[in-house]
Design a protein around this ligand. Structure first.
Ligand code: ATP
Length: 247
C-alpha cells in the first residue's frame, strides 16, 4: 500500500528578530520508516527547519510566520517540545549537548524521563548498548571526558531511550573523522531498519547522506531547490558538480 507520511511541512516561512526572513516557503514530507535527508551548505536553513518542526525557535527570537507543520495529520506548531516528544518526535541537536558531569549511562537514562514503564527502560538500555558497544564500555565514564564521536553516540542513544517514532538529527557528521561518520551512519541505518525509527537528518556532508538516505531535499538560501530519491540525486549532474565535487 501507500506509505504513510508522518511529518509534513507545508510552505513554511521563518523570520528571526521580526525582520530576518530565513525560510522562504519550505515544504517537505517525511514518510514513515524512511531516512530523509535535508541537504545544503552552511546557512541554507537546515537547522532552522528542524527547530521550526520541534518548536525550538522561540528562544532564538525566531517564529514560523506562514505555512503549517503536521505530524500524523495533526498540527504541531503550537506544541511545546515536551508534548512533541510524547507524540514520538525527538530532536538530536547539532553539537551533541551531553550533560558533561553525568556518566554516559546517566545521560542515556535522561532520555527516558517521560516514560513510566520502568521495566522496559532497562531493556532499552541494553538495546542502545547493542547498537553502541562503545558506550557500554564507557558507561561509567563522565560524558564530558568522552570523545566527540562518543558524545554523538550518547546524543543518539539518549534519543532512542525515549522510544521515538521519529528522530530529527542535526548534522551528525559535524566535527567527526570520516571513519566515525561512516560508523554513525551505519548505526542510523541499522536503527532505521531494525527498530523502524523514521529519520529526518540535516547534513552538509551530501556524499555520505545520499548514500544512506532514501530521499533528499536540497536547501539553498531558505528554499528547496531540488528534491528526489537519493539515488536520482546522486546521479544528477548539478548535484554532482555543486554538492559532490565531481565535475
Ligand atoms: P548550519 O550548517 O550552519 O547550521 P543551516 O543550513 O543549518 O546551516 P541555519 O542555521 O538554519 O542554517 O541558518 C540559516 C540562516 O539563518 C543563516 O543565514 C543564519 O545566519 C540565520 N540565523 C540562524 N539563527 C539565527 C538567529 N537566531 N537570528 C538571526 N539569524 C539567524
Amino acid at each position: 500500500g501507500k506509505t504513510e507520511t508522518l511529518l509534513e511541512v507545508n510552505n513554511i516561512e521563518v523570520i528571526y528578530n521580526h525582520v530576518i526572513l530565513v525560510l522562504k516557503g519550505v515544504s517537505l514530507a517525511v514518510p514513515k520508516g524512511g531516512i530523509t535527508a535535508l541537504l545544503g551548505g552552511n546557512g541554507a536553513g537546515k537547522t532552522t527547519t528542524l527547530k521550526a518542526i520541534s518548536n525550538l525557535l522561540h528562544s532564538e527570537r525566531g517564529e514560523v510566520t506562514k505555512g503549517s507543520i503536521l505530524y500524523r495529520g495533526e498540527r504541531v506548531q503550537d506544541l511545546d517540545p515536551a508534548a512533541l516528544v510524547k507524540l514520538g518526535v525527538i530532536q538530536v541537536m547539532e553539537g551533541r549537548h551531553c550533560f558533561e558531569h553525568l556518566t554516559v549511562e546517566e545521560n542515556l537514562l535522561t532520555g527516558a524521563y517521560t516514560r513510566t514503564d520502568t521495566g522496559a527502560i532497562a531493556a532499552d538500555l541494553d538495546m542502545v548498548y547493542t547498537y553502541f558497544p562503545r558506550l557500554k564500555e564507557r558507561r561509567r565514564s563522565q560524558a564530558g571526558y568522552t570523545s566527540g564521536g562518543e558524545q554523538q553516540m550518547v546524543a543518539i542513544g539518549r534519543a532512542l531511550m525515549s522510544k521515538p517514532e521519529t528522530i530529527l538529527l542535526d548534522e551528525p557528521s559535524m566535527g567527526l573523522a570520516p571513519q566515525l561518520v561512516e560508523q554513525i551512519f551505519e548505526i542510523v541505518k541499522a536503527v532505521n531498519e531494525k527498530e523502524g525509527v523514521t529519520f529526518l537528518l540535516a547534513e552538509q556532508n551530501t556524499n555520505v547522506a545520499l548514500r544512506y538516505a532514501h530521499y533528499g531535499y536540497i536547501l539553498e538560501s531558505g528554499r528547496v531547490v531540488m528534491d528526489g530519491p537519493a539515488k536520482d540525486l546522486r546521479e544528477n549532474p548539478d548535484v554532482k558538480e555543486f554538492y559532490l565535487g565531481m565535475s
